[in-house]
Design a protein around this ligand. Structure first.
Ligand code: F6P
Length: 522
């Protein structure tokens, strides 16, 4: 059984602190001047290339970070993860999302469920599974939130445009009904398939939207239509049946799959319907390849370990506050939001697994968006702002089929220009407002092309980065107790509020007045 320790008790921590002081005066420009810098600070695995030469680190930094990982028993933690140990201590569970993509080693029951949802996806695509009255499904609406939304939403945006795409897929997460009403605009009820995707099947936003979707369907179709036009993905196997969903359209996930690690499971159903089972299996295979690489490579050549440890270096020794992710392939526009939940729900912890409070930094704020737009929005802040942000640039060398070669070239030129400007800066003694301080950390991840396999590699890479960082910090990346208090509060407050019409012409409806005056339960 692995012990979770204060990472500062590891001898390498103190050495890294001293090393950071020694390196403080060394600039990235100086580091980048070494002829072999790129060779020594880059890695490649199956069409995924990582250039971390623009991180403020030396060979000695990597050596000390690797020692830190060894002293904190990273290898044992990795074995525990893959071996099904209770790594999620506060919920007394394993975290076996990697087994969902384990292919030939997939547990029998898990494999059977995978076949079930992928066969369903293909049946919807081919018209073998029809809506009410035999209508072919033309629109799929995934109703879910957090991990039951962000993963499939990101996959559909990234891969859904490839040839042979299935029905349109819409995503509904927000509680206020706007997304649902937009998703249903112009929809033919009989030809619309709703997927209620919720591990617990009790999440307020999802339940409200599912009830509204059912009411919408039954405005024009009889009650039987719930059985034909709804599917469900949940670990709570009875609740979808009670909702009226046909047993054969209910797909199971397991309590050992955390929401933000679940896109590999039936939570990916909406994406599988859009891209087809074959492409979905390629995604799984990409994830499995990264798992093998992570389990078997030495720390110095292990891409998830290297990136995770450089993140630790940035966060704990150089003071990074923001981790910014900028994809320069528009199809990856939703990746930052996906990674935001993955990192921030996993790493936003201040208590270790051994229950000791932490008094060192854990996860940074992660945010970002499509790189091109970022350049005309918050890139100013990245280049001249006062906070320490590290940026991950992500690009694809071949671009989308629809992208003209010139556009791909321009896109890649911008990635490089941004990374170089952040690293080297620019001095202008006469006009200080034009000066760029430089010395700002970034890395470039290049995919040869954006296909299901490579996306699987990329997502699994980031999952393992989160795992390694969490093990160094000794925190639990698989629970999220911090979301519970607000949920409870909303339930209690909602019970005290009364909706009502405002007096005609009044500036604020009564509900608004109740909100502004609310000072606690009566
Ligand atoms: O409230 C946070 C959270 O539990 C996430 O961890 C999860 O991905 C999301 O809500 C949705 O939960 P569910 O899939 O149970 O509806």
């Amino acid at each position: 059984m692995t012990i979770y320790k204060d990472p500062r008790s590891a001898p390498a921590w103190e050495l890294l602190t001293q090393h950071a002081d020694e390196l403080a005066a060394v600039t990235l420009s100086e580091l980048l001047a070494a002829a072999d810098r790129f060779d020594n600070f880059s890695a490649e695995f199956e069409g995924l290339y990582v250039d971390f030469s623009r991180c403020r680190a030396t060979a000695r930094t990597l050596e000390l970070l690797t020692e830190l990982a060894g002293q904190l028993e990273l290898e044992q933690h990795i074995n525990d993860l893959f071996g099904g140990a209770t790594v999620n201590v506060s919920e007394n569970r394993a975290a076996l999302h990697t087994s969902l993509r384990a292919q030939e080693e997939i547990p029998r029951e898990v494999g059977a469920e995978q076949e079930h949802f992928l066969a369903f996806a293909d049946a919807v695509r081919s018209g073998r599974h029809t809506g009410f009255g035999g209508a072919a499904i033309r629109r799929v609406v995934n109703i879910g939130i957090g991990g039951s939304d962000l993963g499939p939403r990101m996959l559909v945006a990234a891969l859904g445009g490839q040839s042979g795409a299935g029905p349109d897929v819409e995503f509904v997460a927000g509680i206020d009904g706007t997304e649902l009403s937009n998703a249903l605009e112009g929809a033919n009820p009989a030809a619309t398939l709703f997927i209620v995707c919720s591990k617990t099947f009790s999440t307020l936003e999802t339940r409200l939207n599912a009830d509204s979707a059912r009411a919408w369907l039954l405005q024009s179709l009889p009650a039987d239509a719930v059985a034909t036009n709804f599917a469900a993905v949940s670990a709570n196997v009875d609740a979808p049946i009670e909702f009226g969903i046909a047993q054969d359209s209910c797909f199971r996930i397991w309590d050992w799959v955390g929401g933000r690690y679940s896109l590999w499971s039936a939570v990916g159903l909406a994406a599988a319907i859009r891209i087809g089972s074959e492409a979905f299996r390629e995604l799984l295979a990409g994830g499995a390849s990264m798992d093998r690489h992570f389990r078997t490579s030495e720390p110095g050549h292990n891409i998830p370990c290297l990136l995770a440890l450089l993140g630790i270096w940035n966060r704990n020794f150089l003071g990074m506050e923001h981790h910014v992710v900028l994809p320069y392939d528009q199809r990856l526009e939703k990746l930052p939001a996906y990674l935001q939940q993955l990192f921030m729900e996993s790493e936003g912890k201040a208590v270790r697994q051994d229950l000791a409070p932490v008094d060192y930094q854990t996860g940074a704020a992660l945010w970002g968006g499509a790189g091109s737009s970022a350049q005309h929005s918050y890139a100013q802040w990245l280049h001249q702002g006062t906070a320490f942000a590290h940026t991950d640039f992500i690009a694809t060398v071949n671009g989308a089929d629809s992208s003209p070669p010139e556009a791909v070239l321009q896109s890649l030129a911008n990635v490089l220009a941004q990374a170089e400007a952040l690293a080297h800066g620019h001095s202008d003694a006469a006009l200080p407002f034009k000066a760029h301080p430089g010395n700002r950390s970034s890395l470039v991840i290049l995919l040869r092309e954006l296909n299901p396999h490579n996306l699987g590699l990329l997502v699994a890479l980031y999952e393992h980065v989160v795992f390694v960082q969490s093990m160094i910090w000794g925190i639990n990346p698989f629970d999220q107790w911090g979301v519970e208090l607000g949920k409870l509060g909303a339930r209690q407050i909602a019970a005290t509020l009364t909706a009502g019409e405002g007096a005609p012409g009044s500036d604020l409806p009564p509900l608004g007045k109740q909100i502004l005056k609310w000072r606690g339960p009566a």
